[in-house]
Design a protein around this ligand. Structure first.
Ligand code: FE2
Ligand code: FE2
Length: 420
């Protein structure tokens, strides 16, 4: 009786340890290995192994083993009949010698003989086969008692739960990865569509070919220089690409007029920010301010812009960046009635209008980005690609920018205004 009591205490101790080991779940392989050792140790079993079931390959793959020998197969296949039988046994040990009718025990008969496997315990949790425990002979040489089998059953359940947890984690990781890829694909589709759309807008305007694409890029460079996050920079680029989308409803002859358009035509053209907003508003953008950038990219800090004549703080920050990128492109490209202006002239104009039309910190960010490229601090020659080598290599540009940067306040009283 005393011996039975000691055994019981010992078993409970082992079970408690096993529970703790499993809830620790730092390293799955380590957890299973320790659990196996606890199981073998608590009943003085000579050898054993734990295998995890793969429902994709219908195999039991060894996760931990002790004393099974090198010949013991690492993977053991299960056929439908075996799986059915294993499931119906639940956690209860199957005696090797009694199970010869099953294909599994016939195929691996030699291996089981060699490793002296006496019991195979299917690990079944919530009606799902998760693995199996293989157990060799007891050190005492005695047969397994029903008491032993109950203990094996209880301890195997812990191991089954550990495998179930691991499977769940693996499934979660797989789904997270799948979602990440899906999201990445969607994002790429979105940006590709935006770029295709920008190219389509630009095709309508034969004199300013590539305008939307360039404004998208300038907006991106400025946002980057302002220290925005990767997502925010991408959103800024999209806002730039789509800022003139409203022009698709403006008559081609007005857009392509080889002269300064008259007042009536101007009214027509000036509707494009509002139209752009209406087009972009119903679309679900991953970035919030895209429609607002279209709506307000012709507003000015001094309230003399359109369509609403907003003042400084009322203008969304992204619209201010697009506004500068838009003007910068207009000044640095040839128009039907006007040739582009020399870079130094453009910089001087932007500086003069900082605080009137443009936000000073945005002008500064553009200047800093340009200067970095001129000083060879940036890897790519991004501005040179858009403006041409000759244009960017004009005499004294870097010093003009340096002087401009020293002359303007690096900070501005302007603040980010959130619009709904
Ligand atoms: Fe515009
Ligand atoms: Fe534009």
């Amino acid at each position: 009786m005393a011996e039975e009591k000691a055994k019981l205490v010992h078993t409970f101790g082992a079970l408690a340890e096993l529970g703790q080991e499993i809830s620790n779940k730092q390293n799955f392989q380590e957890t299973v290995r320790t659990s196996l050792h606890l199981l073998l140790g608590s009943l003085a079993i000579m050898r054993g192994g734990v295998a995890r079931f793969s429902r994709y390959s219908h195999e039991l793959n060894l996760v931990a083993a002790r004393g099974l020998g090198d010949e013991f197969p690492f993977s053991l296949s299960l056929c439908y009949e075996d799986e059915r039988q294993f499931l119906s046994c639940g956690m209860y040990p199957i005696e090797n010698s009694q199970a010869k009718v099953l294909p599994f025990f016939q195929i691996y008969d030699n291996s089981f003989e060699q490793a002296k496997i006496e019991l195979v315990v299917p690990l079944v949790v919530r009606d799902e086969l998760l693995g199996a425990v293989f157990l060799g002979e007891k050190a005492s040489g005695e047969r397994y008692s029903s008491y032993d089998r109950d203990i094996i059953c209880a301890m195997s359940r812990h191991i089954g739960v550990a495998i179930a947890q691991r499977n769940m984690m693996a499934e979660l990781e797989r789904r997270a990865e799948e979602n990440r890829k899906l999201y990445e694909n969607l994002r790429m589709t979105y940006t590709d569509t935006v770029k295709a759309f920008a190219a389509a807008i630009d095709r309508k305007d034969k004199y300013t070919e590539g305008h939307s694409v360039r404004v998208g890029k300038y907006t991106e460079y400025i946002a980057e220089e302002l220290g925005w996050s990767e997502d925010e920079v991408e959103g800024a680029a999209v806002a730039g690409y789509l800022h003139d989308v409203g022009k698709i409803t403006v008559e081609r002859k007005i857009i392509n007029a080889p002269y300064r358009i008259n007042a009536k035509e101007s009214i027509e053209l000036n509707k494009h920010p509002g139209v752009g907003y209406e087009i972009l508003k119903p679309i679900h953008h991953p970035y919030a301010d895209v429609p607002l950038a279209a709506k307000y990219h012709h507003e000015r800090l001094d309230g003399r812009g359109y369509p609403d004549g907003l003042y400084d703080r009322e203008i969304p920050f992204i619209a201010k960046i697009v506004n500068l990128a838009d003007s910068f492109d207009a000044m640095t490209t040839d128009r039907p009635y006007k040739r582009r202006r020399p870079a130094a002239d453009v910089f001087e104009d932007l500086q003069r209008n900082a605080g009137k039309q443009f936000a000073p910190e945005i002008v500064n960010a553009l200047f800093r980005s340009l200067l970095k490229e001129l000083q060879g601090e940036s890897k790519e020659k991004r501005f040179r690609k858009l403006l041409g080598r000759e244009y960017m290599e004009a005499e004294g540009l870097a010093s003009t920018l340096r002087t401009a940067l020293n002359g303007t306040s690096p900070t501005s009283p302007l603040t980010f205004v959130a619009f709904d």
